[in-house]
Design a protein around this ligand. Structure first.
Ligand code: HEC
Length: 460
């Protein structure tokens, strides 16, 4: 019991002092592994106690998650670990003092346009929590905090049909998020006094919208939103005495930059100079006017100690760049991101597929769910199917197989070669060139072996 109380104190402190402390708190208990020890994420959560950490290996998990109080749910990274809500309900329901970190969260249901019943990617409802290092894309809305002051740090929130972040009755903290091309408001605040610091909010319907809320808006880039950049609703009766607190923002290129609110101290209005928004790269060019223009207070300095830059890549928690080169992407999630960003509304109606070309991307997206990221036969679906996926890293086996055999099994499925039909055919979803890419990838990176001719030959 004592440990639990201690953890709760730590978690409380974490919520006040920032999310780094929370990681220590939540890491104080056991580690539970998905899929090695628990087949599904939910199985692991159901077995976890407050203070435990659940480590989720890379893969696509088709689940709707209900977190548990004080549990840290940690994915192998948003570029390799995806929770897909399958188009039903919210993808993740939060819990008090819980942390979710390192996932792509996508494909919520489509119900609702506001309030606590709206389907969202991550929902914190009466559950203050931390959401960090996630990509929340292609949902009805991204994140909702409802009576739940939460930390929302270092996420990419893009291509959601309605809001990026929806804050209702919650003094939440949103820091260093890239909030891009959401169909509604980037951040919506109602009856809440949140802090919105060092975010980049661009190409949404509106940037920040506020209703009866005393919002701190500091060090943000709010640019290129289709209607207002910052929009304070004037409702004289109940908004009385509720002043926005703006400072050191770059507000530029919105249809109207400020509506019912005046620029704050240190606010500037110039083209932020993104490296390449077309490639989802919202880092700043060297000549950007946002560099070294954040609040002079040392608490807002960049990680290198210099005066903070404005936007998601500035300040002490500076956002890590989105993978700069798509070739480096090991998994489908950047594809999901691109698809979601291109068309937020329509995206929800489609089921997504992997359309990348390299063997690495194809293998991670189509094969790793069963064969595992290293091909060892330990992917998240390996436990649910009847026949165990082959360990493709076994050089002894794979060196007996010709490339034609592997090509045939992948194209036509296991049954074609006298193996189990659990191994599915991919001939319809991959071109011959792509299947060859996968075969070569297995040769060079998984088994690290070539076909060795009859045992009489002396090639070895
Ligand atoms: C639904 C799970 C599943 C998926 C997805 C899957 N596999 Fe398999 N695979 C299996 C199973 C199970 C076997 C073993 C069949 C047997 O032992 O009869 C297998 C066998 C194989 C073999 C035969 C190995 C040998 O020589 O005996 C190859 C090669 C292979 N898979 C490659 C792939 C590739 C490449 C992909 C992705 C394009 C893929 N698999 C996707 C389940 C899967």
């Amino acid at each position: 019991m004592k440990t639990r109380i201690f953890i709760w104190v730590l978690i409380g402190a974490g919520l006040i002092l920032g999310y780094t402390n929370l990681f220590y708190a939540a890491g104080a208990g056991r580690s539970l592994k998905v899929p090695q020890e628990y087949k599904t994420i939910q199985d692991a959560i159901d077995a976890a106690n407050s203070g435990d950490t659940i480590l989720v290996a890379s893969g696509i998990y088709k689940e709707n998650i209900q977190l548990a109080d004080g549990v840290l749910l940690q994915g192998a990274g948003a570029d390799v670990t995806t929770i897909d809500g399958g188009g039903e309900g919210s993808v993740v329901e939060g819990a008090k003092g819980s942390v979710i970190e390192g996932f792509t969260i996508t494909h919520s249901g489509k119900v609702g346009r506001s309030g606590d019943y709206m389907d969202v990617g991550i929902s914190a409802k009466y559950s203050p929590m931390t959401i960090a290092n996630c990509r929340i894309v292609g949902n009805n809305a991204g994140i909702r905090t409802y009576f739940s002051p939460s930390n929302i740090v270092n996420n990419v929130i893009a291509g959601n049909k309605a809001y990026g972040i929806y804050i209702l009755y919650s003094d939440s903290q949103a820091k260093n998020n890239l909030i891009y091309n959401n169909g509604g408001y980037g951040i919506y605040n109602s009856y809440s006094d949140p802090e919105i610091v060092n975010n980049t909010i661009t190409d949404n319907m509106e940037g920040i919208y506020s209703f009866v809320s005393q919002v701190v808006v500091k060090n943000n880039i709010i640019a290129g939103n289709k209607n207002a950049g910052i929009h304070w609703v004037e409702t004289p009766d109940n908004q009385q005495g509720v002043e926005p607190l703006l400072s050191y923002n770059l507000v530029w290129g919105n249809k109207r930059d400020y509506v019912n609110v005046a620029p704050g101290n240190g606010d500037i209005s110039e083209d932020p100079g993104f490296l390449s928004m077309g490639k989802l790269d919202a880092r700043l060019q060297e000549s950007s006017p946002a560099i070294d223009k954040g609040d002079e207070d040392g608490n807002y300095n960049d990680p290198d100690g210099s005066r903070g830059d404005i936007g998601a890549y500035g300040g002490p928690l500076a956002q890590k760049a989105l993978l700069a080169s798509p070739e480096e992407v090991s998994y489908a999630s950047l594809e999901i991101l691109y698809a979601a960003v291109k068309d937020p509304g329509r995206y929800l109606a489609q089921s997504w597929g992997v359309r990348a070309k390299t063997g690495k991307v194809l293998f991670s997206g189509k094969c790793a769910p069963c064969h595992g990221p290293q091909g060892k036969g330990d992917g998240p679906y390996s436990l649910s199917e009847g026949v165990k996926p082959r360990d493709l890293s076994m050089g002894a086996l794979l060196s007996m197989r010709t490339d034609e055999f592997l090509f045939g099994v992948i194209k036509n499925g296991g049954a074609f070669a006298g193996l189990s039909e659990v191994m599915p055919p991919s001939g319809k979803s991959m071109s011959e060139e792509e299947i060859n890419n996968v075969v070569q990838y297995i040769r060079s990176e998984i088994c690290k072996c070539q076909h060795v001719k009859e045992s009489g030959d002396t090639e070895q």
